[in-house]
Design a protein. Structure first.
Length: 113
């Protein structure tokens, strides 16, 4: 194979790999937001999340203390805040609480997954 034939494939691989690396970079605009996927201490992986127990967060500012209490109330092992337009992993995790927020950082929904 010629070098010219391998160049497009190598370029696409580099772009795809770079995109994966970029998605793990912290967003500089979220300096005051709580970190994503905060694990609890000592809970087993089998702990399922109950989003009904975190509905009190609706309309609240998504601070780290709200995220931690919501995670504990829902019985989740992990919790994360999802901002509008934010890229997120789409795998289902029954032990993770998701708090979706609006552009004012107010919680609009609490789900598990």
């Amino acid at each position: 194979m010629s070098r010219h034939a391998l160049f497009p494939a190598a370029l696409m691989f580099s772009v795809a790999l770079g995109a994966c690396a970029m998605s793990n970079q912290p967003n500089s605009s979220s300096a005051t937001a709580p970190p994503n996927d905060i694990p609890t201490n000592g809970q087993s992986d089998a702990t399922a999340c109950d989003p009904g127990k975190a509905q009190w967060t609706l309309g609240q500012a998504a601070s780290e203390s709200v995220l931690n209490k919501a995670r504990d109330d829902a019985g989740a092992k992990y919790a994360r805040v999802l901002k509008p337009g934010q890229m997120v992993t789409m795998e289902f995790n029954a032990t993770r609480l998701n708090l979706r927020v609006d552009d004012k950082n107010l919680v609009t929904s609490a789900t598990c997954g």
